[in-house]
Design a protein. Structure first.
Length: 73
């Protein structure tokens, strides 16, 4: 196993259940969020819903920064 494969294995969340567990919510909410396109989650043919932990972390860091900047205005 190469380092790239190892990173992918730990970074990739393959199912609404896995994504929900990482975010602390229920799988049904993940399906709704994916339908609305609010988070970097996509439907991969043959796998189902997938997301990268790193992309979700980046998304939430950016949202946090935006919220903090709005609070300073």
């Amino acid at each position: 196993m190469t380092e790239t494969n190892s990173n992918l294995e730990t970074d990739l969340l393959c199912s609404a259940k896995a994504i929900a567990a990482a975010l602390g919510c229920k799988p049904r909410r993940i399906y709704h969020i994916a339908e609305c396109g609010r988070l970097p989650i996509w439907n991969e043919p043959g796998i189902g819903l997938v997301a990268r932990r790193s992309s979700l972390e980046t998304y939430f860091k950016n949202r946090e920064q935006q919220a903090l900047e709005r609070g300073r205005r």
